[in-house]
Design a protein around this ligand. Structure first.
Ligand code: SF4
Ligand code: SF4
Length: 292
């Protein structure tokens, strides 16, 4: 089934290269009546893509580390109306890396997000949604039952006692399962192309070869977690939401909702929870710290 994996990889890359949704200048009003960006500038750079088997035991561990309500892959597929056994199912996950221009812009900021970063958060996430739905449609049309879990009506993000907020399909956990990265002090996912990225996935009824997970620990790439080095994201966070104990989701959410959405609406013409200070101007922004 590696031919199918290669076809999916090619379709994801083709979509990101050709579809106008992956353009920094979306033609949308930017609050100033113009866009300062080149029409050809991409929001997302070349993606990284991985796969996992539906019967991989790592998915069961998410019941402990995310929530008991986190879907197993075959449960997500069933929620979309396709019954299948765990070993008949696979997951495809992708990393959408921020471009150098976006990271450079946000690195210069200290309290409020740059316009490029805000556009990537708002229009880039719309592009990510469009990509998920496009890949699901592409596979369904080719006779492979597929769902985009976060677009299913039963997908939910809710308050949880232990982890404050959880969703029943966590894109970062799925990317971790697909060999694409490990968790950071700030709860982001450090990938081989860095932490400045967003994530997406689909579940399909097919047996794909899994991508290897080249890590033994869930937090192996964060050098604060493994060696007590770095901690730069603690200083970068404008909300004081990161400490040596980890990420305070309530403080982070307060900054994103009370400050970032208001600021982006006022300055760029759309309200979005953009921040990204823990993903830019840090040693893990564009790669695994210490790997080069
Ligand atoms: S900036 Fe440093 S401490 Fe923070 S997540 Fe990255 S490697 Fe870990
Ligand atoms: S997203 Fe912003 S507020 Fe939240 S932890 Fe990262 S730097 Fe802090």
């Amino acid at each position: 089934m590696n031919n199918l994996f290669n076809e999916i990889v090619n379709e994801i890359k083709r979509f990101l290269s050709k579809d106008p949704c992956n353009r920094m200048d979306t033609g949308e009003a930017d609050g100033k009546g113009h866009s300062p960006f080149d029409a050809a500038e991409r929001i997302w750079d070349e993606p990284l893509i991985g796969a996992a088997r539906g019967d991989d035991s790592i998915f069961e561990t998410f019941h402990e580390f995310v929530d008991a309500a986190h879907w197993l892959p075959h449960e997500a597929l069933a929620s979309g109306g396709f019954a299948a056994k765990p070993d008949e199912v696979s997951v495809i996950s992708w990393v959408l890396p921020q471009t150098k221009a976006t990271k450079d812009d946000n690195t210069k900021e200290t309290t409020t997000p740059s316009e490029r970063w805000a556009r990537a958060r708002f229009f880039g996430e719309e592009a990510n949604t469009k990509l998920r739905l496009h890949i699901a449609e592409f596979l369904n049309k080719n006779g492979v039952d597929t769902v985009s879990p976060v677009d299913l009506k039963d997908w939910k993000r809710v308050e949880s006692g232990r982890f404050v907020i959880f969703s029943n399909w966590s894109e970062r956990h799925i990317a971790h399962a697909c060999g694409l990265g490990t968790f950071a002090l700030c709860d982001g996912l450090i990938t081989p192309v860095g932490k400045a990225a967003r994530f997406g996935s689909v579940v399909l009824r097919a047996r794909l070869s899994p991508t290897s997970r080249p890590y033994a620990r869930y937090d192996e790439y964060c050098i604060y977690k493994t060696k007590k080095l770095c901690g730069v994201c603690i200083k970068r966070c404008p909300a004081g939401a990161i400490s040596e104990n980890g990420h305070d989701k309530r403080k982070c959410a307060a900054y994103l909702n009370d400050m970032a959405k208001v600021y982006t609406k006022e300055h760029f013409g759309f309200a979005t929870p953009a921040c990204g200070f823990c993903q830019t101007g840090v040693p893990c922004a564009s790669g695994i710290p210490g790997s080069k």
